[in-house]
Write a protein that binds this ligand. Structure first.
Ligand code: PEP
Ligand code: MG
Length: 593
């Protein structure tokens, strides 16, 4: 019998598959923590007690904020991810939540606990059905914030069920809120296992920041793993071994040691130049979503920020961010990263990226709908505000503006016209800005890739968005796990497109980089350099291993491999060729996968 099919009550060894969300291998006793929602009695309040109930609610909000502030300080001192905690603080005082709750108290005469819980249920329901994993997780964040207020209302001294460990342990939970993971920074946590969550969930981001192995999305982990069970958490392969055999333990120990040795080795390369074995320099930059990530990215060796996704400024709020507010954010990013350059991308909202303040219509085919630049051009006032904030931030350091989802030359021309007007207006207002602010595009729609020789001359730079380019080329939804076999960056159709794009960019002398996930795969990075790319932007955590990969391979070798890859028939054949050719030299890096 396949071991993963062992019955839940089996006391024997068990292998549970999940998503490897943070690399590394850890072995230790399980601490199964319950994350049950706080219980309370639903009661109605008398009308003369309504004001008192509203005051109870407001006091609980402010106590919850104070509590979170404490966690934030602890996390910040330990170098943990704090942006999400800031987001919680904002959510706690969010007008929509506050008004809905107070309305439930005043109109329906519900007690404060009940009023919060009903308000959260209604608001979170908006997020639940969304295809976009990021947005579904925002619904969970809202639920967490609601639970935090309810626990405070119930008078607990420690409103959030923060995990406390007496000894090193592997934490197993249904889910962990970012506040939980933030509070764990000073605890001897060996690894994390949760039943829900993906590579983009906050638990994953936090685990990577703290360098704790994590396997998420492990079905029924909290019932199949018993307290104090010995477990192996293999964050490299996305596997959990419960009550492992002696041989499995030995193998896990070897993997853990190899991973630790590679990490140490990679740390030694942080200050080495990013170049091929024969000295061809390659720019390695980082993709970030929060300004707070930038300093860490530089510490990992990022030579700039190749993609700053600005969607998050618009999400989780009921109003739109104004020009000054955005300017402060972009300026802070530019100042953190200067003199290195920053590429800020205008909002890629729409389709399934729900932003309540934009009142977007429902769409049958969201990925093919009113998204990114299409939405921006249909809401010129919102777009202009963002462009103005970006242009003003250019006064503080090198900044480029990137437009997502450009499909046609007309779209780029419309953006350019709008941008010229924005720049004139900034000058009229007497505000400072860089003399030249490069305006470039993401190449992620096949139409733009095909027409690139006409579009590129009017763009200051190009950046390959392979996440979408692959999805649209192969007509395979990037979020659909059952289509992952189709949506491969190694598919020859994608490789041919990339090679053609690189040829056009070289011929027309328009700088080309890549900011899709593909760049973080060591073998794909070799292909990209062989195709002519000299600038790759990726998850900051991937920079050391991509740098080390490129330092072991010469440009000639990469070019030969690329030429052979585009002549192959299938993604499997491409992967085999690259692995056969380079795996012996990249063994320590590739075995991580
Ligand atoms: C891409 O499509 O490759 C990309 C980097 O953008 P996003 O993942 O934000 O769509
Ligand atoms: Mg994209």
């Amino acid at each position: 019998m396949n071991r993963s099919e062992a019955p839940p009550d089996s006391q024997g060894p068990l292998t549970l598959p999940g998503i490897g969300a943070s690399p590394g291998v850890a072995i230790g006793p399980a601490l199964v923590v319950g994350g049950s929602a706080p219980s309370f009695k639903r009661r109605h309040v008398a009308s003369e007690d309504v004001e008192h109930e509203v005051q109870r609610f407001r006091a609980a909000v402010s106590d919850s904020q104070a509590n979170l502030r404490g966690v934030r300080e602890r996390a910040s001192r330990a170098g943990g991810e704090i942006a999400i905690l800031d987001a919680y603080m904002l959510m706690l005082s969010d007008d929509v939540l506050v008004q809905a709750t107070e309305g439930n108290i005043r109109v329906d005469l519900k007690c404060a606990e009940w009023a919060v819980s009903s308000a959260v249920r209604v608001l979170a329901a908006h997020f639940e059905d969304m295809d976009d994993a990021y947005l579904r997780e925002r619904g969970q964040d809202l639920q967490f914030v609601g639970e935090l207020i309810i626990r405070t209302l119930r008078g607990g001294k420690d409103p959030a069920p923060f995990v406390k460990l007496d000894e090193p342990a592997v934490v197993v939970a249904h889910d962990l809120s970012p506040a939980d993971t933030a509070a764990m920074v000073n605890e001897p946590v060996l690894a994390l296992i949760t039943e829900i969550g993906t590579r983009t969930s906050h638990t994953a981001i936090m685990a990577r920041a703290l360098q704790i192995p994590a396997v998420l999305g492990v079905t029924e982990a909290t019932t199949r793993i018993l307290p104090r069970d010995n477990v192996v958490v293999d964050g490299l392969r996305g596997l959990v071994l419960v009550r492992p055999s002696l041989q499995e333990l030995e193998a896990a120990n070897r993997r853990a040691e190899r991973h630790a040795a590679l990490c140490l080795h990679l740390r030694d390369t942080f200050d080495l130049p990013a170049e091929t074995a024969d000295g061809v320099g390659i720019r390695l930059e980082a993709n970030v979503e929060f300004v707070s990530e930038a300093a860490g990215a530089i510490a990992c060796g990022a030579m700039g920020i190749g993609l700053y996704r600005t969607e998050f400024l618009y999400i989780n709020r009921t109003d739109l961010p104004g020009e000054d507010e955005q300017y402060e954010v972009y300026r802070s990013l530019v100042e953190t990263v200067a003199p290195r350059p920053v590429t800020v991308r205008t909002f890629d909202i729409g389709g399934d990226k729900f932003v309540s303040s934009l009142a977007l219509p429902g769409e049958l085919n969201p990925a093919l709908g009113l998204r990114a630049v299409r939405l921006a051009l249909s809401r010129p006032r919102v777009f202009r505000t963002q462009l103005a904030a970006m242009a003003r931030a250019s006064a503080h350091g090198p900044l480029r503006i990137m437009i997502p989802m450009i499909g046609t030359l007309s779209e780029l021309r419309q953006v350019r016209e709008l941008f010229d007007g924005v720049v004139r207006d900034i000058d009229d207002r007497g505000l400072p800005r860089a003399e030249h602010i490069p305006l470039g595009i993401m190449v992620e729609v096949p139409a733009a890739a095909i027409m690139l020789d006409r579009i590129a001359p009017e763009a200051d730079f190009l950046s390959l968005g392979t996440n979408d380019l692959i999805q649209y080329t192969l007509a395979a939804d990037r979020a659909n796990r059952s289509l992952a076999y189709l949506a491969s960056p190694f598919d020859p159709s994608v490789l041919r497109l990339i090679v053609n794009i690189a040829i056009v960019s070289t011929r027309l002398d328009t700088p080309l980089s890549i900011c899709g996930e593909m760049a973080s795969d060591p073998l794909a990075a070799v292909f990209l350099v062989g195709a002519g790319l000299r600038s790759l932007s990726m998850d900051a955590g991937a920079i050391p291993r991509v740098k080390e990969t490129l330092r072991r391979i010469s440009l000639d070798e990469a070019e030969d491999a690329t030429a052979e890859c585009v002549d192959l028939d299938t993604a499997e054949a491409v992967e085999q060729l690259l692995a056969k050719r380079f795996a012996p030299r990249l063994y320590d890096i590739l075995q991580e996968g």
